[in-house]
Design a protein around this ligand. Structure first.
Ligand code: NAD
Ligand code: IPM
Ligand code: MG
Length: 371
């Protein structure tokens, strides 16, 4: 197959990890006889520096014309004090909105030989397999009015948590559909004891549940969900929630897996290209050191193969390759707490190289077994 992939490396460790994901996709293309055409464009802080805006028109156009977007991360302290229109994060939000990718899938899976990487007890994390379905283009991130004015008590500031029923319905529909294909349990997380938006969210979910009789729908308040996610994560199958709650809960859930450097994501719309990015940020504290864990971005590339290109076998080969290198003991520093050189602690490039080699071996083994 021929596919055009837009590569948006972004800032900090973004370029370090996307380089490795592209190299991996090249290996997959070679193994399975696909033509992947990569085109790179700026987004975030580097785009502000080079063009004055965090999402240049040409970047959005390229993304729209692609079959899938592979993104690193944006942001960094250099741009933190800038006004909203010159902040890297504004570019990312505009890209998500521009592609109308309203559903952000964040799988939280524990690799069996990484159970000890988590600070949580082995019996809590072993076997966790949950999926956070985060609404991505509404809620507090986009509601209007928003901004600051001078009031009698100093600055008066407002952010708005706004959803239309249509937006709530489409994300819940996806939550139900995915739950039907998994363990048939859907936890809708809200703050219905306080927020009107959450009350409507619950009402819509209740009404929709009639159409999905096989799915067990439950509601949970976000504060208690935050506690249960680290206390007893195995109780969750699919979690569906609004934008900000999903952002916070997914970083929290990263603790279960051992590192935020492991968690991929897919952002999908009704049609058009999806965006594939790690859930972590630009990690300014380790940028440029060659120690960032590339696996979240490489696993995001697997999600691109699956969701945007329909290449399920290729996606699985990448995931099996990652599992294999972890089984062999390879660890980036975030997974061990030790530094490079100790035991099998390796940097970004070496980890990525081992995954590429493992992917080749997995593909060979599969071909042998099939033949
Ligand atoms: N999707 C995105 O582009 C995205 C996501 C989150 C944060 N951000 C931005 O990134 C900047 C930094 O944010 P932050 O520090 O709060 O969050 P962060 O996710 O960048 O980093 C949090 C911690 O996790 C570590 N970490 C993150 N990714 C890692 C990896 N792949 N390997 C090893 N360690 C890793 C970092 O070193 C840091 O200690 C901010 O400007 C923020 O807005 C961007
Ligand atoms: C950088 C920021 C805008 C972004 C978000 O809040 O969505 C990030 O935290 C994420 O999780 O992708
Ligand atoms: Mg986040």
């Amino acid at each position: 197959m021929h596919a055009k992939i837009a590569v948006l490396p972004g800032d900090g460790i973004g370029p370090e990890v996307t380089t490795e994901a592209v190299a991996l996709l090249d290996v997959v293309a070679h193994l399975y006889n696909h033509q992947f055409e990569f085109e790179t464009a700026p987004i975030g802080g580097n785009a502000i520096d080079s063009t004055g805006t965090p999402l240049p028109e040409m970047t959005l156009t390229l993304a729209k014309q692609s079959d899938g977007v592979l993104l690193g991360a944006v942001g960094g302290p250099r741009w933190d004090k800038e006004p909203a229109h010159r902040r890297p994060e504004t570019g990312l939000l505009a890209l998500r909105k521009g592609l109308d990718v309203f559903a952000n899938l964040r799988p939280i899976q524990v690799f069996s030989n990484l159970v000890d990487a988590s600070p949580l007890k082995r019996e809590i994390v072993d076997g966790v397999d949950m999926l956070i379905v985060r609404e991505l283009t509404g809620g507090l991130y986009f509601g209007r009015p928003r901004g600051r004015t001078e009031g009698p008590d100093g600055i008066d500031v407002v952010d708005t948590l706004q959803y239309s029923e249509r937006e709530i319905r489409r994300i819940l529909k996806l939550g139900f559909e995915i739950a039907e294909k998994r363990r048939r349990s859907l936890t809708s997380v809200d703050k219905a004891n306080v927020l009107e938006s959450s009350r409507v969210w619950r009402e819509v979910a209740e009404a929709m549940a009639q159409d999905y009789p096989k799915v067990k729908l439950s509601h949970q308040l976000v504060d208690s969900a935050a506690m249960q996610i680290v206390r007893d994560p195995k109780r969750f199958d699919v979690v569906v929630t609004e934008n900000l709650f999903g952002d916070i809960l997914s970083d929290e859930a990263a603790v279960i897996t051992g590192s935020i450097g492991l968690l991929p994501s897919a952002s999908l719309g009704a049609d058009g290209p999806g965006i594939y990015e790690p859930i972590h940020g630009s990690a300014p504290d380790i940028a440029g050191q060659g120690v960032a864990n590339p696996l979240a971005t490489m696993l995001s590339a697997a999600m691109l193969l699956r969701h945007s290109l329909g290449l399920e076998q290729e996606a699985q080969v990448v995931e099996d390759g990652v599992r294999r290198v972890l089984e062999e003991g390879a660890r980036t520093p975030d997974l061990t707490g030790s530094s490079i050189g100790k035991a099998d602690v390796i940097g970004t490039e070496e980890m990525a190289k081992r995954v590429r080699e493992a992917v080749k071996k997995v593909a060979e083994d599969k071909a042998k077994n099939a033949g």
